[in-house]
Design a protein around this ligand. Structure first.
Ligand code: GLC
Length: 432
């Protein structure tokens, strides 16, 4: 692990003076089209790039096209990275380490804020320029590092339990399960139906990548455990965490989770659900709109995640817009970030692609709730979601989690040993 200098907290509370944003530290005020946050100036107009994981729905290009029409000399090019979070992170880090200006606005996973801010790969942003007070607080918190705003929420994410309403109904089940044992009992009933021949019970994302960190953390939290405690200290070698990991490992062993699910990322598991391989699926809200356009349309819905003794809890996911420290045309970038993270854009992302909005209001909008009846539940799930460890060495922490969870899931280590080893590893990476 390389050591780099971390960003010291240089600025105190921002001030708004004469409509111009200033901060209590840094250089002199903005000029012309520029804005200032800390010592950063946001100047220069012209073409920029927006860099994010592959968009399965096409809505991102649609929203960018809307911007490009209005800004012919400040066009945004969408640079699509691979679908998995770890590859996106690697490519963004490579770009930053070479100080390349190829990436302007980054779609940062909520768990990377500390790492990117501490290494000065992204700029501190002027808070007053964004309608943060209309957004859900835990979502805004993911964009902060040491009190400063380093990114702007574009979409949130909370885990949901997708399930086959058609099959549950046929099996005489009227309510979705709220516990893991209810879920497996429901599966046993459904599997007696001829239509469920060859189906497996449950899938999530269990390949060794960021999705496994999410699924592992959810299992631990949903059994009453924690990965890190309220002070950020690892506390994963506990009986509760063991029950969470045991649920996943035991389910792979006895076939409740199909063996091939240890190769699943989000998209593979969505395909497995849409093609009728599994009865229950843990996945993010984006799956809803896509599954509604598939042959599964009308045959499924979603419920909160189940847990050990009652409803489970979700990991907090989502993506925030950050400005690369090596980017040009920053005045354009800031305007684009405001546009792309606006309530209007969030509403388009929700309507077209069922992405969870950062804006509180949209969860209670009657026409949106009609389109997505689960929105009130999703809002609660996001408000109570558990953040993954907030650490500068996030890359190391998440690889340790992936390593140990995967070993337990595939049976090469006992859950007890995996959690002991994980506790030791995490202690190295979470010391701030
Ligand atoms: C989703 C979430 C993100 C998470 C990733 C894991 O994209 O929004 O926070 O890290 O899935 O695969």
């Amino acid at each position: 692990m390389k050591t780099r200098t971390t960003r010291a907290l240089q600025c105190s509370a921002p001030l708004v003076a004469a409509g111009l944003l200033l901060t209590a530290c840094g250089s002199s005020g903005g000029s012309g089209s520029g804005e200032q946050a800390g010592s950063t100036s946001f100047e220069g107009r012209g073409p920029i790039t927006y860099v994010a994981g592959k968009d399965a729905s096409g809505v991102v290009q649609k929203v960018i096209d809307g911007w490009n029409k209005l800004h012919p000399t400040e066009k945004v090019t969408f640079v699509q990275l691979p679908t998995d979070a770890d590859s996106q992170r690697q490519q963004m880090i490579q770009n930053a380490e070479t100080k390349s200006d190829a990436y302007t606005v980054l779609s940062l996973d909520v768990v990377w804020t500390s790492e990117f801010a501490a290494h000065q790969w992204i700029e501190r942003l002027p808070e007053q320029q964004f309608p943060l007070r209309n957004m859900l607080k835990p979502v805004v918190d993911t964009a902060k590092y040491r009190g400063g705003l380093y990114a702007v929420p574009a979409s949130s994410d909370g885990g949901l339990l997708y399930y086959r309403t058609d099959l549950l109904k046929k099996a005489g089940i009227t309510k979705p399960p709220t516990t893991w044992s209810e879920m497996t009992a429901d599966c046993a009933k459904v599997k007696r139906l001829p239509e469920a021949k060859g189906m497996s019970c449950y899938a999530g994302q269990f390949q060794k990548y960021e999705g496994l960190t999410v699924n592992f953390a959810e299992a631990v939290d949903s059994a009453g455990g924690v990965v890190t405690d309220a002070n950020g200290k690892p506390d994963v070698d506990t009986p509760q965490a063991r029950q969470g990991l045991e649920f996943l490992a035991g389910a792979v062993k006895d076939g409740t989770i199909p063996r091939e699910a240890v190769t699943y990322q989000e998209e593979d598991s969505r395909q497995a659900f849409q093609s009728g391989k599994v009865i229950f699926l843990r996945n993010w809200p984006y799956v809803y709109a896509l599954a509604e356009k598939s042959k599964m349309a009308g045959k499924f819905t979603v419920a909160p995640l189940p847990g050990l003794n009652g409803p489970g809890s979700s990991s907090l996911g989502g993506h925030n817009l950050a400005l690369s420290s090596f980017a040009k045309n920053r005045a354009t970038a800031l305007d684009f970030m405001r546009f792309f993270s606006s309530e209007d854009s969030a509403s388009t992302f929700l309507k077209d692609a069922s992405l969870a909005p950062p804006y509180a209001k949209l969860y209670d909008d009657a026409s949106l709730v009609k389109q997505y009846p689960y929105l009130p539940d999703l809002k609660q799930s996001i408000l109570h979601a558990v953040p993954r460890p907030r650490v500068v060495q996030y890359g190391d922490a998440t690889s340790a989690i992936q390593q140990e969870a995967y070993a337990a899931l595939t049976g090469s280590k006992s859950s007890t040993q995996a959690l002991k080893d994980l506790q030791n590893d995490l202690q190295k990476y979470t010391a701030q």
